[in-house]
Write a protein that binds this ligand. Structure first.
Ligand SMILES: *[C@@H]1O[C@H](CO)[C@@H](O)[C@H](O)[C@H]1NC(C)=O
Ligand SMILES: *[C@@H]1O[C@H](CO)[C@@H](O)[C@H](O)[C@H]1NC(C)=O
Ligand SMILES: *[C@@H]1O[C@H](CO)[C@@H](O)[C@H](O)[C@H]1NC(C)=O
Ligand SMILES: *[C@@H]1O[C@H](CO)[C@@H](O)[C@H](O)[C@H]1NC(C)=O
Ligand SMILES: *[C@@H]1O[C@H](CO)[C@@H](O)[C@H](O)[C@H]1NC(C)=O
Ligand SMILES: *[C@@H]1O[C@H](CO)[C@@H](O)[C@H](O)[C@H]1NC(C)=O
Ligand SMILES: *[C@@H]1O[C@H](CO)[C@@H](O)[C@H](O)[C@H]1NC(C)=O
Length: 466
């Protein structure tokens, strides 16, 4: 009797798995009963285990991921779909998200482990705005999670983890043993309505989150962790994107926490796609070797209308850093940053007009970047070695710089010159220590910060549940 019941229950479960999971929006018991916020909810759900996934941390799930995603594509224009990654450790090679109106959802105890085998990463063309791979000339390894030409794509979870297992990549990169540019952890190209949220991302081989040529991008509630001494592990790199909101993130990194980009020298100038209308809010950053927010060095398509506020930096090299060079062309304009709290910094403000680092010798030495309209206000920093190191370009002055209400406390061994300014013009107001002569005191007058709202701020997330 009991056995019969057991068999029936078991058959029922099997039926439930096979029929309902992939088709009608029900999911496995083991992963149901959760909710999350997203730009859109989905009609259809399936679990990775429906496609033969094994979460033991050893078995490769490359085929399971690829099959699951391929199968769910049928729902692209029927309410969309989500793939649920249940509790477990899911080792896999690189995979692509291929349907619009798609969510990749990680259970809180799900860990996706990136394969360390280069053969698990297809070699794909370099980005047109870069003209080559970032690490090496020529093509590059595809990102661990890669997507292109989609509308409404969400990667989220109840704070599940994606582990790039970057150690072998960092090691080989340092020893110059890699033929191609390292994979990014997540790269989304040419897509509209992108959300990456509520996840823990660790140990990317290189940059963590790279939206490029995208619009309407949200990156929310990410915990991004890399050792502080490993190469190029930028946190979030909005690159030639419009309308981006980066909110409530915690980033520890071996490179810039946020790096705003738009292509490289002659390739970026030709491609001509700026990053604009970007909000960065409530970020905590630890990056002893790099910046909280870097603008550039690849900025040849232009960077404009960046609004950064309510930011905490601890043991970080600099707050906002503008990096550019002769040959970059493009512009960095209308940049607003306010309400930063900082502790233990090498510089608070840093501009580097002579960053160098060209893709090749084909850059145009007459292509001078335009840097103008830079506004920093309401900041407090302590334990700082040098307040500001601001170097424009000889014959290409950086203009309209405004810094107000900033108090910078020195470290026990501060630099004698606290403000070093060349080839810049602007004003300051209520700053301490006193600024350089190129940024004269204009009296008690606050620097501007926009009061209008960007469209990306009005996007309301829905609560989705399974
Ligand atoms: C992902 O898509 C790119 C380009 O669309 C392709 O070159 C690559 O092989 C795909 N990756 C996988 C794992 O199929
Ligand atoms: C993706 O979109 C871009 C820009 O619209 C277009 O140039 C490219 O051909 C598209 N790629 C694919 C694979 O559809
Ligand atoms: C994020 O994950 C946490 C931890 O599981 C969960 O409690 C919370 O509801 C999630 N938040 C959103 C916005 O999905
Ligand atoms: C996610 O987990 C990390 C630890 O891995 C924790 O520090 C962070 O606060 C969690 N985030 C959310 C949104 O629950
Ligand atoms: C102050 O900064 C120095 C580096 O300049 C660092 O070694 C020291 O630990 C910091 N002190 C505190 C109290 O954070
Ligand atoms: C100056 O900045 C601090 C925060 O660093 C803020 O509390 C204060 O209100 C600001 N003062 C003015 C006059 O805006
Ligand atoms: C000030 O900046 C200029 C130009 O970048 C540099 O040559 C000089 O060494 C700097 N001086 C100090 C004291 O840091």
């Amino acid at each position: 009797m009991l056995q019969t019941v057991a068999v029936i229950v078991l058959l029922g479960l099997v039926g439930f798995r096979g029929v309902k999971c992939g088709r009608t929006g029900k999911v496995l018991e083991s992963v149901s009963g959760f909710s999350y916020e997203a730009i859109n909810c989905r009609k259809h759900s399936a679990s990775l285990t429906d496609f033969g996934g094994v979460g033991d941390g050893k078995t490769s799930n490359t085929l399971a991921f690829r099959k699951a995603i391929e199968s769910l594509k049928q729902f692209e224009s029927d309410g969309g779909s989500q793939l649920i990654v249940p509790p477990g450790k899911w080792l896999t090679g690189s995979f692509n998200l291929t349907s619009s109106h798609f969510t990749l959802f990680l259970h809180k105890d799900a860990i996706i482990l990136a394969s360390q085998d280069e053969k698990d990463y297809p070699v794909i063309p370099f980005l047109p705005s870069y003209g080559r791979g970032r690490d090496a000339v020529g093509p590059r390894y595809a990102a661990f999670i890669y997507a292109t030409n989609l509308t409404d794509v969400v990667i989220t979870g109840n704070n599940g983890t994606i582990d790039g297992q970057g150690s072998t990549w960092w090691d080989k990169f340092s020893k110059n043993e890699l033929q191609y540019t390292r994979p990014y952890l997540i790269e989304i190209l040419y897509s509209d309505q992108v959300q990456i949220s509520n996840l823990t991302l660790v140990n990317s081989p290189s940059w963590f989150v790279h939206p490029v040529y995208c619009s309407n991008v949200l990156t929310l509630k990410l915990t991004i962790l890399a050792p502080v001494d490993v190469p190029n592990t930028d946190g979030i790199d909005p690159d030639s994107c419009t309308n981006v909101r980066i909110e409530d993130n915690f980033i520890v990194s071996g490179d810039d926490c946020i790096a705003v980009k738009s292509g490289w020298d002659e390739y970026g100038i030709k491609f001509g796609m700026p990053t604009k209308h970007l909000i960065i809010r409530r970020l905590t950053c630890i990056s002893p070797k790099s910046a909280v927010i870097a603008l550039g060095s690849e900025m040849s398509g232009g960077i404009e209308d960046v609004r950064a506020e309510d930011i905490v930096a601890i043991n970080t090299e600099s707050a906002v850093r503008i990096k550019t060079a002769i040959g970059r062309g493009g512009y960095v304009k209308n940049i607003f940053a306010r309400r930063f709290q900082m502790d233990t910094m090498k510089y608070v403000f840093w501009m580097t007009g002579g960053y160098g680092s060209h893709p090749d010798e084909g850059y145009d030495p007459k292509a001078l970047p335009v840097i103008t309209g830079i506004s920093y206000s309401d900041m407090v920093a302590k334990n700082v070695t040098m307040a500001a190191n601001l170097a424009g370009i000889d014959g290409d002055t950086f203009t309209d710089i405004c810094i107000s209400n900033v108090t910078i406390g020195p470290s026990p061994k501060p630099k004698k010159v606290q403000w070093n300014c060349t080839d810049i013009v602007g004003v300051t107001s209520v700053v301490s220590p006193p600024s350089c002569s190129l940024l004269p005191d204009q009296g008690a007058k606050a620097c501007p910060f926009p009061t209008d709202k960007l469209p990306i701020e009005d996007i309301k997330l829905q609560t989705c549940s399974s």
